[in-house]
Design a protein around this ligand. Structure first.
Ligand SMILES: C[S@@+](CC[C@H](N)C(=O)[O-])C[C@H]1O[C@@H](n2cnc3c(N)ncnc32)[C@H](O)[C@@H]1O
Ligand code: SF4
Length: 391
Protein backbone atom coordinates (compact mmCIF):
# COMPACT_ATOMS: atom_id res chain seq x y z
CA UNK A 1 0.00 0.00 0.00
CA UNK A 2 1.29 3.52 -0.72
CA UNK A 3 0.44 6.87 0.81
CA UNK A 4 -1.13 8.26 -2.39
CA UNK A 5 -4.62 8.91 -1.06
CA UNK A 6 -4.19 9.10 2.69
CA UNK A 7 -7.69 9.59 4.09
CA UNK A 8 -6.67 10.62 7.60
CA UNK A 9 -4.84 13.60 9.05
CA UNK A 10 -1.41 12.16 9.69
CA UNK A 11 0.02 14.93 11.85
CA UNK A 12 -0.47 15.41 15.58
CA UNK A 13 0.39 19.12 15.79
CA UNK A 14 3.93 18.54 17.07
CA UNK A 15 6.56 20.30 15.01
CA UNK A 16 10.21 20.88 15.86
CA UNK A 17 13.56 21.70 14.32
CA UNK A 18 16.79 19.77 14.82
CA UNK A 19 20.01 21.66 14.06
CA UNK A 20 23.06 19.41 13.76
CA UNK A 21 26.47 20.97 14.49
CA UNK A 22 28.88 18.28 13.29
CA UNK A 23 32.14 19.47 14.86
CA UNK A 24 33.97 18.36 18.01
CA UNK A 25 37.28 19.29 19.61
CA UNK A 26 38.27 15.59 19.59
CA UNK A 27 36.62 12.28 18.69
CA UNK A 28 35.59 10.19 21.70
CA UNK A 29 36.48 6.49 21.29
CA UNK A 30 32.91 5.23 21.84
CA UNK A 31 31.06 7.73 19.65
CA UNK A 32 29.60 6.99 16.23
CA UNK A 33 27.58 10.19 15.89
CA UNK A 34 28.23 12.36 12.85
CA UNK A 35 31.05 14.38 14.39
CA UNK A 36 34.25 15.64 12.83
CA UNK A 37 37.35 17.41 14.06
CA UNK A 38 38.18 20.23 11.70
CA UNK A 39 41.80 20.99 11.09
CA UNK A 40 43.05 24.32 9.81
CA UNK A 41 40.98 27.34 8.86
CA UNK A 42 37.25 27.21 9.47
CA UNK A 43 34.77 29.89 8.47
CA UNK A 44 31.89 29.66 10.95
CA UNK A 45 30.00 32.56 9.38
CA UNK A 46 29.99 30.77 6.02
CA UNK A 47 28.56 27.66 7.71
CA UNK A 48 25.96 29.70 9.56
CA UNK A 49 24.80 31.20 6.27
CA UNK A 50 24.39 27.65 4.92
CA UNK A 51 22.07 26.81 7.87
CA UNK A 52 20.00 29.92 7.14
CA UNK A 53 19.77 28.95 3.48
CA UNK A 54 18.70 25.40 4.32
CA UNK A 55 16.04 26.74 6.70
CA UNK A 56 14.63 28.87 3.87
CA UNK A 57 14.40 25.74 1.71
CA UNK A 58 12.39 23.90 4.36
CA UNK A 59 10.22 26.94 5.06
CA UNK A 60 9.06 26.79 1.45
CA UNK A 61 8.32 23.06 1.79
CA UNK A 62 6.41 23.22 5.08
CA UNK A 63 5.20 26.79 5.60
CA UNK A 64 2.87 28.11 8.28
CA UNK A 65 3.71 25.68 11.05
CA UNK A 66 4.05 26.48 14.74
CA UNK A 67 7.45 25.42 16.09
CA UNK A 68 7.19 23.84 19.55
CA UNK A 69 10.86 22.96 20.01
CA UNK A 70 14.34 23.54 18.61
CA UNK A 71 17.29 21.29 19.43
CA UNK A 72 20.95 22.14 18.70
CA UNK A 73 22.63 18.71 18.75
CA UNK A 74 25.95 17.34 17.69
CA UNK A 75 28.76 16.99 17.52
CA UNK A 76 29.37 19.78 19.95
CA UNK A 77 27.07 22.78 19.48
CA UNK A 78 28.68 24.44 22.51
CA UNK A 79 31.64 25.13 20.23
CA UNK A 80 29.37 27.48 18.26
CA UNK A 81 29.67 31.21 18.52
CA UNK A 82 26.52 32.40 20.38
CA UNK A 83 26.03 34.90 17.54
CA UNK A 84 25.59 31.98 15.10
CA UNK A 85 23.08 30.36 17.45
CA UNK A 86 21.12 33.61 17.66
CA UNK A 87 21.06 34.01 13.86
CA UNK A 88 19.64 30.51 13.46
CA UNK A 89 16.96 31.05 16.14
CA UNK A 90 16.01 34.42 14.63
CA UNK A 91 15.82 32.85 11.19
CA UNK A 92 13.48 30.11 12.51
CA UNK A 93 11.29 32.77 14.13
CA UNK A 94 11.24 34.66 10.81
CA UNK A 95 10.03 31.66 8.79
CA UNK A 96 7.56 30.05 11.19
CA UNK A 97 5.55 30.89 14.27
CA UNK A 98 8.05 30.09 17.04
CA UNK A 99 5.68 29.55 19.96
CA UNK A 100 6.38 31.76 22.98
CA UNK A 101 6.94 28.74 25.22
CA UNK A 102 9.07 26.82 22.69
CA UNK A 103 11.78 24.68 24.26
CA UNK A 104 15.15 25.64 22.75
CA UNK A 105 17.86 23.19 23.83
CA UNK A 106 21.59 23.22 23.15
CA UNK A 107 23.84 20.21 23.78
CA UNK A 108 27.01 21.25 25.55
CA UNK A 109 30.26 19.65 26.61
CA UNK A 110 31.11 20.60 30.20
CA UNK A 111 34.53 22.20 29.79
CA UNK A 112 35.17 25.50 31.53
CA UNK A 113 35.56 27.26 28.17
CA UNK A 114 32.12 26.15 27.07
CA UNK A 115 30.45 26.88 30.40
CA UNK A 116 31.72 30.45 30.08
CA UNK A 117 29.48 30.82 27.01
CA UNK A 118 26.25 29.68 28.69
CA UNK A 119 25.05 33.18 29.50
CA UNK A 120 25.57 34.28 25.91
CA UNK A 121 23.59 31.25 24.65
CA UNK A 122 20.81 32.21 27.03
CA UNK A 123 20.82 35.75 25.67
CA UNK A 124 20.71 34.27 22.16
CA UNK A 125 17.39 32.55 22.97
CA UNK A 126 18.45 29.12 24.26
CA UNK A 127 16.37 28.17 27.33
CA UNK A 128 17.63 24.66 28.11
CA UNK A 129 21.03 22.92 28.00
CA UNK A 130 21.88 19.26 27.99
CA UNK A 131 25.40 18.55 29.25
CA UNK A 132 27.53 15.53 28.32
CA UNK A 133 28.98 14.80 31.75
CA UNK A 134 29.27 11.01 31.04
CA UNK A 135 30.85 10.10 34.40
CA UNK A 136 31.42 11.62 37.82
CA UNK A 137 34.54 9.48 38.37
CA UNK A 138 38.00 10.48 37.05
CA UNK A 139 39.28 7.12 35.74
CA UNK A 140 36.28 6.23 33.57
CA UNK A 141 36.07 9.82 32.37
CA UNK A 142 39.66 9.59 31.13
CA UNK A 143 39.01 6.14 29.64
CA UNK A 144 36.02 7.59 27.73
CA UNK A 145 38.48 10.08 26.23
CA UNK A 146 36.70 13.11 27.61
CA UNK A 147 38.32 16.54 27.49
CA UNK A 148 36.97 17.69 30.88
CA UNK A 149 37.58 16.75 34.50
CA UNK A 150 34.95 15.73 37.06
CA UNK A 151 35.39 19.09 38.80
CA UNK A 152 34.90 21.02 35.56
CA UNK A 153 31.77 19.01 34.80
CA UNK A 154 30.30 19.70 38.24
CA UNK A 155 31.06 23.41 37.87
CA UNK A 156 29.45 23.42 34.42
CA UNK A 157 26.31 21.75 35.80
CA UNK A 158 26.15 24.43 38.53
CA UNK A 159 26.59 27.25 36.00
CA UNK A 160 23.96 25.72 33.71
CA UNK A 161 21.50 25.50 36.60
CA UNK A 162 22.07 29.11 37.56
CA UNK A 163 21.75 30.44 33.99
CA UNK A 164 18.90 28.26 32.64
CA UNK A 165 15.56 27.39 34.22
CA UNK A 166 15.83 23.94 32.68
CA UNK A 167 18.88 21.73 32.25
CA UNK A 168 19.86 18.11 32.01
CA UNK A 169 23.01 16.05 31.91
CA UNK A 170 24.01 12.71 30.39
CA UNK A 171 25.82 9.83 32.04
CA UNK A 172 27.07 6.61 30.45
CA UNK A 173 26.89 3.46 32.57
CA UNK A 174 27.47 -0.31 32.29
CA UNK A 175 31.02 0.66 31.39
CA UNK A 176 34.04 -1.66 31.27
CA UNK A 177 35.11 -2.70 34.81
CA UNK A 178 32.17 -0.85 36.45
CA UNK A 179 30.45 -2.63 39.36
CA UNK A 180 26.84 -2.24 40.46
CA UNK A 181 27.96 -0.76 43.78
CA UNK A 182 30.10 1.84 42.06
CA UNK A 183 27.19 2.80 39.82
CA UNK A 184 24.83 3.02 42.81
CA UNK A 185 27.16 5.59 44.41
CA UNK A 186 27.74 7.54 41.21
CA UNK A 187 24.06 7.66 40.30
CA UNK A 188 23.12 8.72 43.83
CA UNK A 189 25.54 11.64 43.52
CA UNK A 190 24.15 12.52 40.09
CA UNK A 191 20.58 12.53 41.42
CA UNK A 192 21.63 14.95 44.15
CA UNK A 193 23.02 17.27 41.47
CA UNK A 194 20.19 16.95 38.95
CA UNK A 195 17.35 19.46 38.98
CA UNK A 196 14.73 18.03 36.69
CA UNK A 197 16.07 15.82 33.92
CA UNK A 198 18.76 13.20 33.51
CA UNK A 199 19.71 11.02 30.52
CA UNK A 200 21.29 7.69 31.46
CA UNK A 201 22.70 5.63 28.59
CA UNK A 202 24.11 2.14 28.78
CA UNK A 203 27.40 2.11 26.88
CA UNK A 204 26.89 0.62 23.43
CA UNK A 205 29.74 -0.48 21.22
CA UNK A 206 29.27 0.80 17.70
CA UNK A 207 31.00 -0.39 14.58
CA UNK A 208 33.62 2.01 13.28
CA UNK A 209 34.61 3.32 16.72
CA UNK A 210 37.88 2.75 18.58
CA UNK A 211 35.92 0.93 21.30
CA UNK A 212 34.68 -1.51 18.68
CA UNK A 213 38.27 -2.43 17.76
CA UNK A 214 39.30 -2.65 21.41
CA UNK A 215 36.45 -5.03 22.19
CA UNK A 216 37.28 -7.12 19.13
CA UNK A 217 40.87 -7.35 20.41
CA UNK A 218 39.59 -8.55 23.80
CA UNK A 219 40.75 -5.37 25.53
CA UNK A 220 37.38 -4.00 26.59
CA UNK A 221 35.68 -6.13 29.25
CA UNK A 222 31.99 -5.29 28.79
CA UNK A 223 29.23 -6.49 31.15
CA UNK A 224 27.41 -9.60 29.91
CA UNK A 225 23.65 -9.58 29.21
CA UNK A 226 22.71 -10.52 32.80
CA UNK A 227 24.87 -7.84 34.36
CA UNK A 228 23.58 -5.27 31.83
CA UNK A 229 20.01 -6.16 32.83
CA UNK A 230 20.98 -5.75 36.51
CA UNK A 231 22.47 -2.33 35.75
CA UNK A 232 19.25 -1.32 34.04
CA UNK A 233 17.03 -2.57 36.83
CA UNK A 234 19.11 -0.87 39.50
CA UNK A 235 18.99 2.39 37.54
CA UNK A 236 15.18 2.27 37.34
CA UNK A 237 14.87 1.45 41.01
CA UNK A 238 17.14 4.25 42.24
CA UNK A 239 15.72 6.90 39.91
CA UNK A 240 12.11 6.03 40.66
CA UNK A 241 12.80 6.20 44.39
CA UNK A 242 14.44 9.61 43.89
CA UNK A 243 11.32 10.97 42.11
CA UNK A 244 12.93 10.87 38.66
CA UNK A 245 11.34 7.93 36.91
CA UNK A 246 12.03 7.07 33.29
CA UNK A 247 9.60 8.62 30.81
CA UNK A 248 11.56 6.87 28.06
CA UNK A 249 14.06 4.00 28.16
CA UNK A 250 17.09 6.23 28.85
CA UNK A 251 15.48 9.49 29.90
CA UNK A 252 14.39 10.42 33.40
CA UNK A 253 12.54 13.49 34.59
CA UNK A 254 10.57 14.93 37.42
CA UNK A 255 6.94 15.35 36.39
CA UNK A 256 6.66 18.23 33.91
CA UNK A 257 10.40 18.36 33.19
CA UNK A 258 10.38 15.95 30.25
CA UNK A 259 12.11 17.24 27.12
CA UNK A 260 9.50 18.46 24.63
CA UNK A 261 11.84 17.81 21.74
CA UNK A 262 12.56 14.22 22.81
CA UNK A 263 8.83 13.65 23.26
CA UNK A 264 8.20 14.97 19.78
CA UNK A 265 10.37 12.19 18.29
CA UNK A 266 8.79 9.43 20.34
CA UNK A 267 5.24 10.73 19.86
CA UNK A 268 6.00 10.68 16.15
CA UNK A 269 5.59 14.37 15.42
CA UNK A 270 7.12 16.30 12.54
CA UNK A 271 10.65 17.65 12.59
CA UNK A 272 12.98 19.34 10.18
CA UNK A 273 16.63 18.28 10.36
CA UNK A 274 19.18 20.82 9.14
CA UNK A 275 22.98 20.70 9.06
CA UNK A 276 25.27 17.87 7.96
CA UNK A 277 23.89 14.38 8.63
CA UNK A 278 20.55 15.52 10.07
CA UNK A 279 17.37 13.47 9.74
CA UNK A 280 13.81 14.73 9.46
CA UNK A 281 10.21 13.54 9.23
CA UNK A 282 7.89 15.93 7.43
CA UNK A 283 4.33 15.92 6.20
CA UNK A 284 4.13 17.35 2.72
CA UNK A 285 0.59 17.26 1.29
CA UNK A 286 -0.27 14.90 4.16
CA UNK A 287 2.39 12.37 3.06
CA UNK A 288 5.19 11.66 5.53
CA UNK A 289 8.66 12.15 4.10
CA UNK A 290 11.89 10.80 5.62
CA UNK A 291 14.73 13.20 4.96
CA UNK A 292 18.49 13.03 5.51
CA UNK A 293 21.26 15.44 4.61
CA UNK A 294 24.81 14.78 3.44
CA UNK A 295 27.00 13.73 6.37
CA UNK A 296 30.33 15.33 5.43
CA UNK A 297 30.24 18.97 6.59
CA UNK A 298 32.17 20.51 3.69
CA UNK A 299 30.24 18.49 1.12
CA UNK A 300 26.96 19.46 2.83
CA UNK A 301 27.92 23.16 2.70
CA UNK A 302 28.72 22.85 -1.02
CA UNK A 303 25.37 21.15 -1.71
CA UNK A 304 23.55 23.93 0.13
CA UNK A 305 25.42 26.56 -1.88
CA UNK A 306 24.37 24.90 -5.15
CA UNK A 307 20.88 23.52 -4.36
CA UNK A 308 19.73 25.57 -1.38
CA UNK A 309 19.70 22.38 0.73
CA UNK A 310 21.98 19.45 1.60
CA UNK A 311 19.34 16.72 1.21
CA UNK A 312 20.52 13.38 -0.14
CA UNK A 313 17.38 11.49 0.93
CA UNK A 314 13.77 12.58 0.65
CA UNK A 315 11.60 9.45 0.67
CA UNK A 316 7.83 9.18 0.81
CA UNK A 317 6.96 6.65 3.49
CA UNK A 318 4.31 4.01 2.92
CA UNK A 319 1.52 3.65 5.46
CA UNK A 320 3.15 0.47 6.79
CA UNK A 321 6.48 2.21 7.25
CA UNK A 322 4.78 5.06 9.08
CA UNK A 323 2.90 2.66 11.35
CA UNK A 324 6.06 0.70 12.13
CA UNK A 325 8.05 3.82 12.93
CA UNK A 326 5.27 5.19 15.11
CA UNK A 327 5.15 1.88 16.99
CA UNK A 328 8.91 1.64 17.40
CA UNK A 329 9.15 5.17 18.74
CA UNK A 330 6.00 5.14 20.87
CA UNK A 331 6.78 1.93 22.71
CA UNK A 332 9.95 3.55 24.07
CA UNK A 333 7.69 5.82 26.10
CA UNK A 334 6.32 5.19 29.56
CA UNK A 335 2.98 6.60 28.36
CA UNK A 336 2.93 3.98 25.60
CA UNK A 337 1.18 4.25 22.25
CA UNK A 338 -2.43 4.70 21.20
CA UNK A 339 -3.27 1.61 19.11
CA UNK A 340 -5.92 3.65 17.29
CA UNK A 341 -3.24 6.03 15.97
CA UNK A 342 -1.26 3.04 14.73
CA UNK A 343 -4.42 1.84 12.99
CA UNK A 344 -5.05 5.23 11.38
CA UNK A 345 -1.47 5.61 10.16
CA UNK A 346 -0.83 2.08 8.95
CA UNK A 347 -4.34 1.18 7.80
CA UNK A 348 -4.23 -2.03 9.83
CA UNK A 349 -4.86 -3.08 13.43
CA UNK A 350 -2.31 -4.53 15.81
CA UNK A 351 -2.93 -8.28 16.13
CA UNK A 352 -5.04 -9.04 19.18
CA UNK A 353 -3.41 -12.48 19.58
CA UNK A 354 0.06 -10.92 19.71
CA UNK A 355 -1.07 -8.35 22.27
CA UNK A 356 -2.59 -11.11 24.38
CA UNK A 357 0.54 -13.29 24.24
CA UNK A 358 2.87 -10.43 25.12
CA UNK A 359 0.56 -9.37 27.94
CA UNK A 360 0.43 -12.92 29.31
CA UNK A 361 4.21 -13.17 29.54
CA UNK A 362 4.31 -9.78 31.25
CA UNK A 363 6.02 -7.72 28.53
CA UNK A 364 3.04 -5.53 27.61
CA UNK A 365 0.13 -3.88 29.40
CA UNK A 366 -2.95 -1.93 28.39
CA UNK A 367 -3.44 1.29 30.33
CA UNK A 368 -6.77 2.73 31.47
CA UNK A 369 -6.76 5.19 28.54
CA UNK A 370 -6.35 2.30 26.08
CA UNK A 371 -2.66 2.95 25.39
CA UNK A 372 -0.34 -0.03 25.05
CA UNK A 373 2.83 0.15 27.06
CA UNK A 374 5.88 -2.05 27.45
CA UNK A 375 6.35 -3.11 31.09
CA UNK A 376 9.55 -2.82 33.16
CA UNK A 377 10.11 -6.50 32.42
CA UNK A 378 9.66 -5.90 28.69
CA UNK A 379 11.89 -2.83 28.33
CA UNK A 380 15.20 -4.72 28.19
CA UNK A 381 13.79 -6.76 25.28
CA UNK A 382 11.94 -3.89 23.60
CA UNK A 383 13.19 -4.65 20.09
CA UNK A 384 11.79 -8.17 20.27
CA UNK A 385 8.45 -6.88 21.61
CA UNK A 386 8.16 -4.36 18.75
CA UNK A 387 9.10 -7.00 16.18
CA UNK A 388 6.41 -9.32 17.57
CA UNK A 389 3.72 -6.64 17.52
CA UNK A 390 4.55 -5.35 14.05
CA UNK A 391 4.29 -8.84 12.52
C1 LIG B 1 25.99 12.82 20.41
S1 LIG B 1 26.41 13.03 22.03
C2 LIG B 1 26.54 14.78 21.93
C3 LIG B 1 26.84 15.46 23.21
C4 LIG B 1 28.18 16.07 23.39
N1 LIG B 1 28.97 16.17 22.22
C5 LIG B 1 28.95 15.28 24.41
O1 LIG B 1 29.71 14.41 24.03
O2 LIG B 1 28.78 15.57 25.57
C6 LIG B 1 24.93 12.75 22.95
C7 LIG B 1 25.04 11.73 24.05
O3 LIG B 1 25.04 10.43 23.53
C8 LIG B 1 25.62 9.55 24.47
N2 LIG B 1 26.42 8.57 23.75
C9 LIG B 1 27.17 8.77 22.64
N3 LIG B 1 27.74 7.62 22.25
C10 LIG B 1 27.33 6.64 23.12
C11 LIG B 1 27.57 5.24 23.26
N4 LIG B 1 28.35 4.58 22.39
N5 LIG B 1 26.98 4.58 24.27
C12 LIG B 1 26.19 5.24 25.12
N6 LIG B 1 25.93 6.55 25.05
C13 LIG B 1 26.49 7.26 24.06
C14 LIG B 1 26.45 10.40 25.41
O4 LIG B 1 25.95 10.33 26.72
C15 LIG B 1 26.31 11.79 24.85
O5 LIG B 1 26.24 12.76 25.86
S1 SF4 C 1 30.59 12.01 22.33
FE1 SF4 C 1 30.19 14.16 21.92
S2 SF4 C 1 32.22 15.16 22.03
FE2 SF4 C 1 32.58 12.98 21.85
S3 SF4 C 1 32.87 12.68 19.65
FE3 SF4 C 1 30.71 12.23 20.12
S4 SF4 C 1 29.64 14.11 19.75
FE4 SF4 C 1 31.84 14.61 19.91
Amino acid sequence: MTSESAPVERGNGLFGIYVHWPFCAAKCPYCDFNSHVHHGAFDEEQFTQAYLKELAHFAALVPGRTVNSVFFGGGTPSLMDPVSVEKIIDCIAGHWNLSSGAEITLEANPTSVEAARFKAYHNAGVNRVSLGVQSLRPEPLAALGRMHTVEEAKLAVGIAQSVFDRSSFDLIYARPHQTLDEWRDELGEALNMAVGHLSLYQLTIEQGTRYFDLRAAGKLPMPDADLSADFYELTQEICTRAGMPAYEISNHARHGEESEHNLLYWRYGEYIGIGAGAHGRLLIDNVRHATATEKLPQKWAKLVAVNGHGLITNDRLTWEEEGDECLLMGLRLREGIDPERYHQLSGRKLAAAQIEDLTKIGFLQTLANGNLRVTDKGWPVLDAVVADLAM
